[in-house]
Design a protein around this ligand. Structure first.
Ligand code: FAD
Ligand code: NA7
Length: 453
């Protein structure tokens, strides 16, 4: 039998969970995991980068997080059952942490591990191509470039885990007349600091999480006015003074924007919050997950994780869904992947059974009506994977309950929902109130969040 050699592409929270869960497996001595990332450290999107466009090696910049970004979901819904925020900080902490806190937390679990997990990572390394070699090889050729010395080599692996995230290739539609616009035009992927837009009149195109968060951020940091333009339906929140919603942009005429309801407005900057493309350019055609839009469950993936397209049952996709639970979902998916690879699951083996199960999930996905259905759907997926693997059985259902409450709080007041407190699913401790209301909080440091001196 060939030695098990797992290639993980991406060292964000998904890839980190894969390596962490692998390290806990009784695999025998010779199984190996290698996690590639083009960045110089782990953390994925949670690493702040000042760069936009291309990085120092000419690679497309991956990260789209910005300064003063606070988690938009309660941390209790993404907490790791075996490493709580309370354990990390030594005390209960508020429910909506800023970005540096989240990064510190995911790194904390890796560092707590007895094994030196960093040895499993190859940073500054971009994966270029993954190809399956048919029987008798029954393995993968993975081609990658060491970005420091620009050397490209190919190595062989028995399994491939794709963990590159879904929010990194900006989708930038065209609008008539945009070329005549005299101000700055950017996508939310390249938004770095709300201070840049102080005193400006902004147009934000899109009606989802990025549009909401960037509008509120810019309002908080002193933008003069913000129009958010929707295509399908308005977000409909009770917005603070300075933010209003309008229907879709019809055309630009220099700095005048005309909307489909016949109104118009002059703006200084346009921020596209129009979401992302879901691309896997390095995967060979038969291994490539195809998802034309953000989805709660991609086609052709068993239990949301095992790629059925190539027919080899050795490719796994982690976190390629619209995410409510994020870290918890990645964690249980990667635990499932590890146990699947090492034959520890009591899994179906007939292709028809795998496809039948996949289609049932896809059919249910197609019937989801609103965010509450989506939350229950994702909670149920976590429960199925938890039952298979022995993951904490409360993560899905109790997490879903918290998310329903969170949705109601967002609807009630989009400005204060990040001031709310949730109980930990695992320690049961109630989070304390933040020391400063989100609408006044200008310091996103770990010290300010934890109240440490
Ligand atoms: P990522 O974090 O995207 O990591 C993928 C890694 O793959 C990156 O390090 C990248 O460098 C690497 N990579 C990509 N291509 C290659 C290649 N070819 N070769 C080598 N390496 C490669 N989630 C929440 O839970 N709460 C939030 O509040 C929240 N806010 C967000 C705000 C913004 C602006 C964005 C963009 C995302 C937000 N998210 C949030 C979602 C966030 O993406 C996930 O929490 C999480 O980072 C996904 O983890 P991941 O490991 O799957 O992907
Ligand atoms: P999303 O959630 O994919 O939302 C994209 C939004 O952009 C959505 O409202 C779309 O409208 C809108 N969109 C897309 N294409 C167009 C065009 N052509 N014209 C007008 N509007 C368009 O992406 P986000 O960046 O908000 O969120 C992704 C993650 O990043 C999220 O998890 C955050 O935590 C951070 P639609 O409603 O489909 O009509």
């Amino acid at each position: 039998m060939a030695k098990t050699r797992i290639c993980v592409i991406g060292a964000g929270p998904s890839g980190m969970s894969m390596v962490y869960n692998f390290s806990k497996m009784e695999t025998g001595n010779d199984a190996e995991i290698v996690c590639f990332d083009k960045q110089d450290t782990w953390g994925g999107q949670w690493n702040f980068s000042w760069r936009t466009g291309t990085d120092e090696y000419g690679e497309p910049c991956h990260n789209g997080m910005y300064k003063y970004l606070w988690s938009n979901g309660p941390k209790e819904c993404l907490e790791y059952p075996d490493y709580t925020f309370e354990e990390h900080f030594g005390k209960p902490v508020p429910s909506f942490p800023p970005r540096p806190v989240m990064r510190d937390y995911i790194e904390g679990r890796m560092k707590k591990c007895a094994k030196d997990l960093k040895a499993c990572f190859r940073f500054k390394t971009a994966v270029r191509f993954v190809k399956y070699n048919e029987m008798p090889e029954d393995n993968f050729s993975v081609t990658f470039t060491n970005l420091e010395d620009n050397k490209t080599v190919t190595e062989t692996f028995t399994h491939v885990v794709v963990a590159i995230g879904i929010f990194n290739s900006p989708k930038i539609p065209n609008f008539p007349g945009i070329e005549s616009f005299g101000g700055r035009v950017l996508h939310s992927h390249n938004f770095r600091d709300p201070n840049e837009f102080k005193g400006q009149r902004l147009l934000v195109i899109g009606a989802s999480y990025s549009a909401e968060d960037i509008a509120i951020q810019c309002c908080k940091f002193g933008a003069k006015s913000i129009i958010s333009s929707w295509r399908t339906k308005p977000m409909g929140f009770k917005w603070p003074k300075g933010i209003e919603e309008k229907p879709l942009v019809e055309k630009f005429d220099s700095n005048m924007v005309h909307f489909t309801d016949g109104t118009s407005a002059e703006v200084d900057t346009v921020i596209y919050c129009t979401g992302y493309l879901y691309l896997y350019p390095f995967m060979d055609e038969n291994l490539k997950l195809k998802s034309p839009k953000l989805t709660m469950y991609p086609d052709n993936v068993y239990k949301g994780t095992l790629w059925l397209g190539g027919g080899n049952n050795k490719v796994f996709y982690i976190g390629m869904v619209d995410q409510y639970f994020s870290f918890t979902l990645f964690d249980v998916q990667t635990l499932w992947t590890c146990k699947y690879i090492f034959g520890e699951l009591n899994e179906q083996t007939q292709r028809e059974d795998l496809e039948k199960s996949m289609k049932e999930w896809v059919n249910r996905r197609n019937s989801l009506k609103d965010c509450h259905d989506e939350i229950d759907f994702q909670g149920d997926l976590i429960t199925v994977l938890s039952k298979d693997t022995g993951y904490n059985i409360d993560s899905g259902p109790v997490g879903a309950k918290l998310f329903h409450t969170w949705e109601h709080q967002r609807e009630a007041d989009i400005v204060t929902y990040k001031d709310q407190c949730f109980p930990s699913i695992y320690t049961k401790s109630m989070a304390p109130a933040p020391s400063c209301k989100y609408s006044d909080a200008l310091d996103d440091s770990i010290q300010a969040y934890t109240g440490a001196k």
